[in-house]
Each structure stands twice: as structure tokens, then as C-alpha cells.
Write a protein that binds this ligand. Sequence first.
Ligand code: AMP
Length: 544
Amino acid sequence: MTTKHGTMQDWPLNVWKLIDHAAINHGDREIVSLTCEGHEVRTDWRQVQGRARKVAGALRRLGVQQGDRVATLAWNTHRHVESWYGISGMGAVAHTINPRLFEDQIVYIANHAEDAVLFFDLTFVKLVEKLAPRLETVRHYVLLTDREHMPEETSLTLHCYEDLIAPEDADAPWTEVDENAPSGLCYTSGTTGNPKGVQYSHRANVLHAYGACMGDVLDIRSTTVVFPVVPMYHANSWGVPYAAAAVGAKLVMAGPNFDPPTIAKLIRQESVTLTLAVPTIWLGMLQHLEATGGDLGTLQRVVIGGSAAPRFMIEAFEETYGVDVCHAWGMTEMTPLGTLGSLSAEAMTLPRDQQLDLKCKQGRAIFGVELKLVDDEGRELPRDGVAFGRLLVRGPWIVGSYFKGDGGNILDAEGWFDTGDVATIDPRGYMQITDRSKDVIKSGGEWISSIEIENIAGGCPGVAEAAVIGVAHPKWDERPLLIIVKKEGASVSAADVLGYLEGKIAKWWTPDAVEFVEAIPHTATGKIQKTALRERFAGYTLAA
Ligand code: AMP
């Protein structure tokens, strides 16, 4: 007799099962946070799970319904993790808002999401006071602190987090929801047009957690001490608080602190083995270590994503500090991990220089993510490491549509999602981002990778940061303009930088001009803000 289905149990993949697992099997494993009150709080998975159940109970008491959105405007702390699991655990949707967005964008996002409750950190009291009259759906404001730190005077009607959850039962059951029900919501940074929401299902988050823990991915295990510097509002800290619970890793979080001395101190003090952040954080860290002669203790691996890590950065971490560097690529629409740059068995046998070439690429697809390159007509391009085209993705943790159907149908007939990135894939399967499709420089019908030039120029002595944009050219349509921020006190010239690039990039990729600026603008998630640079240098004239 044949049966239509397999004969295994139907065990819905709910995110609260991750934290239950951690509490039961790794209950004493620590969660260490720096908080907005200036304390260092040491707790563990057992306590955080109990308090998350209390959050769930408190939200039920406040009248929050299944599927409602509950927002957080908060740094990485144990209270944020508790709230996150508590919100999803009572069937609501944890909506992490990026506090670095412009005020109008925060208002737009909160109203669009129809957030019913807002949890926020002490740092944001003034901001929330200002925004509250414009937040159309928020019924309750919860300040993530204790009674002692509640503000004496405020225009807001506030719940104190610790008081709110105190009467609740730490053993109260979670709300059973379908594994395809929403558990989280995150808006894209929206460099053009309004931000769009990506609503993660329980299932997508749990599958992503399995994927993230794999050895060739983040390699998180119970013995790992993981420190996501990347904030929970930036694509769920790249899934780390879910993955850490899945295996019972020790979790370290820096609260509102992003300065290199605090991060370096935490890494050493907590014997961190794995940390993750965008390149700008690591740029600051390398400068700090260089200036102070400090080290990174027992740190084994730095995962860099969000933007490309330049070669000099990879070399500095590996050669000076003995820390393995691994690229991660993904996006909010991908929960967010898509590829990881860990070395394959074959790559391990290559000479160091070739290994570094591979490490500069964004890496190989994780099981659960399919990649495809196509040209502008949608024809598939070869995986030869040379042809570059639009990068499409497909898989169980890739977005199927934006929240409320914004943007209409975003998948092609075969279910592929266009990432908006332009990339190559080599025969070994290593994908390399050459640009965002809107940043690529089209010179005489050929494409120039702004990212590649930036990453090499960033390694020139005296250069603190480099950005490349296309500017109009009478003969070639567009040519690259190199924009440089000098290191403090350095006296690097245009000729020095162009000389440094010589032989490292194709001759016709050489920027036509170099401009020095005080600072390069960044987006709310730490990427170079090319739109602002293009506006600033609009009308820039290059000689024919
Ligand atoms: P976000 O959704 O804000 O995380 O932005 C996702 C975008 O960041 C991707 O589509 C890429 O353009 C870029 N990105 C993410 N990771 C990397 C990486 N490792 N190297 C280069 N670009 C990256």
C-alpha cells in the first residue's frame, strides 16, 4: 500500500521551540549584555526563556492578538531577545525597527506595519516622545528598563518592562501557531522609494537557524561564544539569536555600544570565538588595534557582511591578529544568509594568495539557497567566474512577496527573486558581488565594478575609506570617480592612489579623477550611500 505522505510526525517549526530547546538542554549557557543603563547583565538561556514566556503573557494581557505587529526600537540586549521570542511566542509578529533611519521613515514603517505596541530602549525616550503623536496605531509603549530607571517626566504613558512582566507566569504555555504563520517583520532600507516589509515565517526562521549553524556556514555550536555586533534590527542580527538558541551557544551583546574599545574589551573579557558585523565596524576596529597595540584574545572567526570586505581587511585580521575572516552575503529579503565564504576542501590546498582571492568573494550557496545569474534578457549566464549578471535566488527562506503585497509580484515564473545585485559565480561555486545593479558603472557598453576598485583603493597607505561612483563622460557615457577619505594626519595624493591601483585592476577601470572628502555618507545599515554621493557630485565634469 502506498501513502500520499511520509509517516513522520507533524512538528511545526515554531521559533519558540528554539529557545525551549536552549533552556532545557543548555539552560546555564550564558547571555551577557551591556545595557542602556550602563550595566553588564549576565543571564542564561533558562532565565531568558522564562522571561520571554512572561513577555508573551503580558502581551496577551494587553490585548495583543495573533498576527498583530509588536515593534522594537532597541539595541542588542537580553531584554530585546526576551521580547523578540515573547512576541513571536504568543503568535504576534516581532517587528524590529532600525533606529538609525530618518524619523519620517520610522513613522512611515510603524504606521505601515500598524504596530500595536512599541518596546524601546532608554536611549530612545526623546525620539519616541517626538514620534508618538504621529504613530497612528501604537496603543502601548513599553520602556525596556526597570522601575529605578523610569524617566520622572515624560509626555508618554509608559509601561515599565520589568513591572509589566513581573506578575506573569514563567511557565505559561506558548501560543501554538502554524509554522507558516508570520513571526517577524523587517523593512528593507529603501534607498529608493518607501521601505518595504519582509515578513518572516516561523518556518523560514527555524530552517535558517539550522542553516546558519552548519560548519561551512557560521559554524555555531554549544561551545561557541558568539557576539553579533550586527544589530537585531539589521536582518535579525543575521539570524544569530535564533541559531545560538538552536545549539545553546553563549551569546554576547553590546547594547548601545559600537565603539572599537568596548567591542574589543568584550571580545577579550568574554572569550568570544565568533563575531559578526559590517565592514565599517571592522575598519574602526583595525585602526583601534593598530593605534593601541591591542589583540583579540581567543577570537577565532570574524564574519563580515552587509558590504564587501576589502582584501587588506581580510589580510590584516588573518595575518596580524590570527583571526579567520569569512564573508557572508545575503539580504533582508533572505532572512538574511545566502552565501558564506568558508574555504572548500580543494581551496584549502591552494597557495595563500589564491585562497585570499577566494576569500574576497562572497562565497558559496548555503543548502536552502539556489543561485542563478542572468543577463538583461533573462538568459542564464555561465558559472565561469567571468560573466557577470543579475543574481537571482530561490529557497524556503527567501521572500515570496513584500508585506501587504507592496511592489506586486516580485518572483518570475519559475519562482526566482532578483536580488538587485550583479555578480559572477566561478566554477568552484564562489559567488562574487561586483555591484548593486543601480551602482554599476557602464563605460563604453562594458561594466566596471565599483566595489572592486573601492576595496583595492581602501588598502592604499593613508586611505581610510574609498568610494567609487560613475559620472557622466562625453565619450564613454560613464567613467569612475574615486572618492577618498584620508586617514588622520596622512598626506596621500591622487597620484599616490592611482599609482597604487596600477597593475591591480584593468587599465580601463582606472578612475578618471580622484576627489578627497571629509567623510563618506553611510546608510542606516552601514553601507556606502551611493545615492548621496551621486547627488553631491552631480554635474561633475570629466575631460573628454
Ligand atoms: P540589507 O538587506 O540591508 O542587508 O542589504 C542587502 C544588500 O547588501 C545585498 O543585496 C548586497 O548588495 C549587499 N551585501 C550584503 N552582504 C554583502 C557582502 N558580503 N558583500 C557585498 N555586498 C553585500
